[in-house]
Write a protein that binds this ligand. Structure first.
Ligand code: 5CA
Ligand code: ZN
Length: 418
């Protein structure tokens, strides 16, 4: 699939300031903040959308969080290879298409395009590989065949299941007990009570064709892929094994990230799936997790259509630490807009020396993506008194753009440059 266009970068940080510190991130598997240790190229996979409803601010918060990680790696001197999937065929998408009387593929295409527009507006760096499940079916089938060859797949009335007990490391990503896993599995697309399964936690990797549903003719018989194996296959194909970071919202820790890791660990024994797992907190609205099924959505596209500057939306998301759960409130973008105005005025006016500001912003982001602390460092500069130092506004503009993804014009936007 074609991803959205990258943000245009208009400023650079002078070399004399050196590279940013190496990124430290909280790893779900160890329960600790750990130094990431990528080679020249950091390899990242972030679970993408299921495109049946437009981007809400919860999705946006998750993608902005991993965008900060990409920027931190780049500032520390790494190249980044970034892969993101699109779950463009799955139960909830098909249900929505049926309920609204639209073609499932048209719905997926429309919502994926809208997501790309929202991401571009929010200055989110696009993935290098943006892979739909449908276009990845050959890879997915190959991985299922590898699992079959390992004896880790069995048939229940024509549907193929992955046997979780074939993975000796199963449970290490989410660190949950089986009693904790079972209700989460049932609530997130799993079918623990289906008769004929060997273990209630086994997940479907290939669903045989059913009336009124799309199906693909493959060596596994006509059908479509299960959800988890989609991400296993796409990540393995485009990043290889033991890539640096698997990301997504905390709702994906179990079963999704546990299952994707398990499938790869069984297909390629001895090779970890990802070296670390990071999860963004859940954004709620009016007291509940924002979700398409509940319908309590604040859509990025609707905020934009209502005249909110996308940079103010991004600043609103950055004002929260990515690991926290938090509630969106309708007055938050106003505070983001006010901060954007203060920063814009400050860079036009100029301010005190900004070397510490650059170092503070970079250090805050390297420390488990502490964006609120980074914003506070820029606030302190913008409120700073004292002698204006030549070049300080350019420096702040550069770090705010490179590390935080907010473009601040150095001259008034409505004044033509001469
Ligand atoms: N297609 C799968 C991942 S393979 C999926 O979960 N799609 S999604 O559209 O439901 O979510 C897309 C991303 O947004 C996931 O990383 C998910 O964890 C994250 N997400 C969903 N809801 C929220 C929320 N309320 N707050 C923060 N992140 C969220
Ligand atoms: Zn995924």
């Amino acid at each position: 699939m074609q991803a959205w266009a990258p943000p245009v970068v208009s400023t650079t940080i002078p070399d004399r300031l050196g590279a940013a510190p190496e990124l430290m991130l909280y790893d779900a598997r160890t329960g600790q903040v750990e130094k990431t240790d990528p080679g020249d190229e950091a390899r990242l996979y972030v679970c993408g959308i299921t495109p049946y409803d437009a981007t809400h601010v919860g999705h946006a918060a998750t993608y902005v969080a991993f965008d900060l990680a990409i920027r931190a790696w780049r500032e520390a001197g790494h190249r980044v290879r970034y892969v993101q999937n699109v779950t463009d065929v799955d139960d909830p998408l098909l249900e929505r298409a049926r309920a609204t009387g639209v073609d499932w593929a048209d719905l997926a295409g429309r919502e994926t395009r809208l997501f790309g527009e929202d991401m571009a507006a929010l200055s989110v760096i696009p993935p290098d590989v943006f892979a739909g499940a449908v276009e990845s079916i050959p890879l997915i089938v190959d991985l299922i065949l590898e699992l079959q060859a390992k004896g880790a797949v069995y048939d229940v009335d024509g549907d193929l299941y992955f046997s979780v007990t074939s993975d000796p490391l199963f449970g290490e990503v989410s660190r949950l007990t089986r009693d904790e896993m079972l209700p989460l599995f049932a609530d997130n697309g799993g079918d623990p009570d289906r008769p004929g399964k060997r273990d209630p936690l086994d997940c479907v990797v290939w669903q045989r064709a059913r009336d009124g549903e799309p199906a693909w003719d493959t060596v596994l018989g006509p059908g479509r892929p299960g959800w988890h194996v989609e991400c296993s296959a796409i990540a393995l194909e485009h990043l290889g094994g033991a890539f640096d970071l698997q990301g997504g919202g905390s709702d994906l820790a179990f079963p999704h990230h546990e299952m994707t890791a398990g499938e790869v660990q069984v297909a390629r024994p001895g090779e970890a799936f990802a070296r670390a797992y990071a999860h963004a907190g859940m954004v709620g609205y009016e007291g509940h997790k924002m979700s398409k099924s509940r319908g309590n959505l604040v859509l990025v596209s609707r905020l934009r259509a209502g005249g909110v500057d996308p940079r103010a939306i991004r600043l609103t998301l950055l004002a929260q630490h990515y690991r926290n759960d938090w509630d969106w409130a309708d007055d938050l973008p106003g505070a983001g807009q006010a901060r954007l105005r203060r920063w814009t005025e400050a860079v036009r006016r100029g301010g005190p020396d900004a070397t510490d500001t650059v170092n503070d912003v970079r250090a805050a982001l390297a420390d488990d993506l502490d964006a609120p602390r980074a914003l506070a460092a820029v606030d302190a500069w913008a409120n700073g008194q004292g002698r204006t130092v030549d070049g300080s506004a350019e420096l702040v503009t550069a770090v705010v753009e490179a590390s935080l993804g907010i473009a601040l014009p150095l001259v008034a936007e409505d004044t033509p440059r001469s």
